[in-house]
Ligand binder design. Structure first.
Ligand SMILES: Nc1ncnc2c1ncn2[C@@H]1O[C@H](COP(=O)(O)OP(=O)(O)OP(=O)(O)O)[C@@H](O)[C@H]1O
Ligand SMILES: [Mg+2]
Ligand SMILES: [Zn+2]
Length: 638
C-alpha cells in the first residue's frame, strides 16, 4: 500500500468513524456470544496478557509472558507475580479490591511496567476480543450492563454468563429518566477505545505541591456554568467529571510516587480500590471499576511499611518488588534498546561494548554467596556453568541472596554514560558516534570517580571495573585471534594434518615419510609438544600418550560418521591448541599494527585481511576494528 493511502486509512481509525450505535438487547447478544467484551477492568488486563501467550521461563517452573518479554528483560519472576495479581483478581478473589504496588530501586522499570499495561490496553480495546462498549455520552464511559435493573440481574447472568455489578452514574441515571422516560432499551450504546491522550479508560496521577493539590483532580469538581443553567449544585449535570477517577474507569489508573500523596488522597485511592466507588461531595458514591497500579521507591516503601499507623492500608496493597535485572546478557539488551531505541541518529556499537558495561552494573547488584565469587556468580546467572556449580542451582542461590538486585548501578545512569562516551568519540575522530568496550570501561571509571558516594562504595565499583576488564581483555584477544586464524585457514589445516601424521606414527610406533627426500623419519616430538602445550587446559608430558590416542579416536569417529570434512575444528579440544599455536606466531603481525612503523607488504596484506574479516563478519567498523587491533596489540606487548 502506498503511504498516502495508508495515511488516509489511518485517519479513519479515530473515534469519529464507525460509531455504530446499538441498544441493550443487541449488546446483551454480543456479550453472550463474546463475554470478554463485558470484562471487568482486572479481567480485561488479564485477558490481554494471556492473549499474547507465554513460554517456559529460564528456570524450572518459571513462566515468561510475551506481553512483557519483548520490552522488559530479566524480570520474568516479578512480572509473573504481577500477572498472578491480575489472574486472581480476574477470578473474583479479594485481590480485585487491592491496589497493586510496585516498589524497587530507581530506574528498575516500575514505570515501564505500568506504561506497557496502559499502552497495551489502548491497543487491546481496538481488537475484537478486547472490545469495550459504553453508554453513549457517559462521562465515565460506564459498562452498559449497568442499565439492567437489580431484579433481572440474576437472569442476565444466566443468559450471558457474565455477572452484573455496579449501577449507572448520576448523569446516565438522569438522562435515563429525563430523556428516555426510564426505558433503558432506548439508551444508545457504542464502542469505545481506551486512550490516555483522549482520557478514556487510562489515567495517571502524580502528586504535586501539597498546597496546590486538590481532591477534585481525582474526583472531579463542580462545573459553575452548568450550575447556573441547572439551578442547583447537586444536579448531576453540574459536575465537571474531569477527575482522573472517572477518566480511568473501566481501565487502568497509574498512581506515580504513591506515598508522596497526602493521607486523605491515599484514602481516596483505597476506597476506590476496596469499595469500587468514589465519593463526590453532594453526589453520594459513584460506582467505578478500575485497576490501580501504584509505584514507589524503596526508601519510601520501607518507611511506610515500618509505620504502625499504616496497618489498615498495608492490608489493601498487593506489593511486588521490581529489582534490577541480574543477567549480563539481559542487561545488554536493555542498553541496546535504550541506546538505539529513538532511531534518531546512527550509533555504532562495537561488539562486546555493552557487555563490558553490563558486567560492571550486574556485579554492583549481586550479593555474596558462600564459596561462589561474584564474577563466578555473574557468569552462572548468565548461563555459564562454573566449577561445580550447575545452572539448576540458580533458584536456590537466588533465594539465599536477600535483597539482590535492589541496589547498585541502575540502567539509566549507565546508558547516559555510554551515549556520552559515544558522542565524544564521534566528535574526536570526526566519524559517526561509536562505542567500544574500552571506551565504555573508561567512561564508567570516570563516572565512578565523580560519584557522590562513600569512598568504600567507589572503591568497590572500581574493583568491578577491573573484574570486567579482565573478562573483556580475554574476549578481545580471542576476537583478534579468531580473525587472524580464519585468514590463515590453510595454515591451520596444514598444521592439523602434520600433527595427525605425527601422532599416528607415534601411537603405532612407526616412522613418518619426509615429503621431499622420501626418507623415513622419527615423529616430530617438538611439533607435537608445541601444540599440546597450547591446548586448553595444557597437556602435560605424562598425559601426552592418552591425549594423542584420544585425538585419533575422536577424529576416527568423526570420519566414520562423515559429519563434515575434517578440519582443525573437528576435534574441539585439539582446535584450542592449534589456534593458540598459530596465534603465538601471529603476535608479531599484531604488534606491527600497534607500533605503526611501516609494515612490509606481506604484513600489510595480512593486516588488511584481518580488518576485512572484522568489518564484514564480526560487526566492526573501520575505526572500531583498528581500535581493537591497537588495544590487543598493546596487551600483547605488555
Ligand atoms: N529489566 C529491564 N528491561 C528493559 N528495560 C528496562 C529494565 N529496567 C529498566 N529498563 C529501562 O530503563 C528505563 C528506566 O526505567 P523506568 O523509568 O521504568 O524505571 P522506574 O522504576 O520507574 O524508575 P524511577 O524509580 O526512577 O521512577 C526505562 O527506559 C526502562 O524501559
Ligand atoms: Mg518511574
Ligand atoms: Zn454513565
Amino acid at each position: 500500500m502506498n503511504f498516502k493511502q495508508a495515511l488516509a486509512d489511518a485517519a479513519k481509525q479515530g473515534p469519529g468513524d464507525h460509531t455504530e450505535v446499538i441498544d441493550l438487547n443487541e449488546y446483551i447478544d454480543r456479550v453472550a456470544h463474546h463475554p470478554t467484551i463485558a470484562a471487568t477492568a482486572h479481567e480485561r488486563v488479564y485477558d490481554m496478557v494471556k492473549a499474547a501467550g507465554w513460554k517456559d521461563g529460564l528456570h524450572a517452573g518459571e513462566i515468561s509472558y510475551n506481553f512483557f518479554s519483548a520490552e522488559l528483560f530479566g524480570l520474568d519472576v516479578p512480572l509473573e507475580r504481577v500477572v498472578r495479581y491480575f489472574e486472581t483478581a480476574a477470578q473474583g478473589h479479594e485481590t480485585r479490591r487491592r491496589i497493586l504496588l510496585l516498589w524497587g530501586p530507581p530506574g528498575g522499570a516500575k514505570s515501564s511496567v505500568a506504561g506497557l499495561l496502559k499502552r497495551g490496553l489502548e491497543a487491546w480495546t481496538a481488537t475484537d476480543d478486547g472490545a469495550a462498549y459504553t453508554l453513549q455520552g457517559c462521562p465515565m464511559h460506564e459498562e452498559p450492563l449497568h442499565l439492567i435493573p437489580d431484579a433481572l440481574r440474576a437472569q442476565a447472568r444466566e443468559h450471558t454468563g457474565v455477572p452484573v455489578s455496579g449501577s449507572p452514574c448520576p448523569v446516565c441515571r438522569w438522562r435515563l429518566d429525563h430523556e428516555f422516560g426510564g426505558d433503558f432499551l432506548k439508551f444508545p450504546i457504542e464502542r469505545i477505545r481506551f486512550s490516555e491522550a483522549r482520557r478514556v479508560g487510562i489515567g495517571t496521577f502524580e502528586p504535586g505541591d501539597p498546597k496546590s493539590m486538590s481532591m477534585e483532580q481525582l474526583t472531579g469538581g463542580l462545573d459553575f456554568k452548568a450550575i447556573e443553567s441547572h439551578g442547583s449544585d447537586s444536579h448531576p449535570l453540574a459536575l465537571d467529571w474531569a477527575g482522573e477517577f472517572s477518566k480511568s474507569n473501566r481501565g487502568l489508573f497509574e498512581a506515580v510516587e504513591f506515598f508522596k500523596n497526602p493521607a486523605e488522597f491515599r484514602n481516596l485511592f483505597l476506597t476506590m480500590a476496596q469499595e469500587k466507588q468514589f465519593k463526590v461531595a453532594k453526589f453520594g458514591y459513584i460506582d467505578s471499576d478500575t485497576v490501580i497500579v501504584a509505584h514507589t521507591n524503596e526508601a519510601e516503601f520501607r518507611a511506610f511499611m515500618a509505620d504502625q499507623k499504616n496497618e489498615a492500608l498495608k492490608d489493601r496493597l498487593v506489593t511486588v518488588s521490581v529489582p534490577y535485572n541480574v543477567r549480563v546478557s539481559d542487561e545488554e539488551k536493555i542498553y541496546r534498546k535504550l541506546l538505539t531505541g529513538s532511531g534518531r541518529d546512527e550509533l555504532h556499537i562495537a561488539p562486546h561494548s555493552l557487555r563490558a558495561a553490563a558486567m560492571v552494573s550486574v556485579l554492583s547488584r549481586l550479593k555474596e554467596h558462600e564459596n561462589l565469587g561474584l564474577v563466578e556468580k555473574m557468569k552462572l546467572y548468565d548461563g555459564q556453568e562454573v566449577g561445580d556449580w550447575k545452572l539448576a542451582q540458580i533458584p536456590e542461590i537466588k533465594r539465599a541472596a536477600d535483597h539482590e538486585g535492589m541496589s547498585g548501578l541502575g540502567p539509566r545512569a549507565i546508558v547516559d554514560i555510554l551515549s556520552g562516551a559515544a558522542r565524544r568519540a564521534g566528535e574526536e575522530h570526526a566519524t559517526g558516534k561509536y562505542l567500544t568496550p574500552i571506551m565504555a570501561l573508561i567512561a564508567l571509571t570516570e563516572y565512578i570517580e565523580r560519584l557522590e558516594a562513600p569512598k568504600e562504595t567507589r572503591e568497590q565499583l572500581r574493583a568491578f571495573v577491573v573484574d570486567a576488564r579482565t573478562e573483556i581483555d580475554r574476549v578481545l584477544k580471542d576476537e583478534v585471534r579468531k580473525a587472524f586464524v580464519p585468514a590463515f585457514g590453510e595454515h591451520a589445516q596444514e598444521l592439523l594434518e602434520n600433527y595427525l601424521t605425527n601422532i599416528e606414527a607415534y601411537c603405532q610406533g612407526t616412522k613418518t615419510v619426509d615429503p621431499i627426500t622420501k626418507e623415513d623419519r622419527d615423529p616430530d616430538e617438538k611439533l607435537m609438544r608445541a601444540i599440546e602445550e597450547k591446548v586448553k587446559p595444557a597437556v602435560s608430558q605424562s598425559a601426552k600418550d592418552t591425549f594423542r590416542q584420544g585425538v585419533l579416536m575422536r577424529i576416527g569417529i568423526a570420519l566414520r560418521k562423515r559429519e563434515r570434512p575434517l578440519t582443525y575444528e573437528t576435534d574441539t579440544v585439539l582446535a584450542t591448541g592449534i589456534e593458540e599455536y598459530l596465534f603465538d606466531q601471529l603476535k608479531d603481525i599484531v604488534r606491527v599494527t600497534v607500533s605503526k612503523t611501516n609494515p612490509d607488504r606481506e604484513q600489510a596484506k595480512r593486516l588488511n585481511e584481518v580488518l576485512t574479516i572484522l568489518i564484514e563478519e564480526r560487526g566492526y567498523t573501520e575505526h572500531s576494528a583498528r581500535d581493537l587491533l591497537d588495544y590487543v596489540g598493546h596487551l600483547l606487548n605488555r
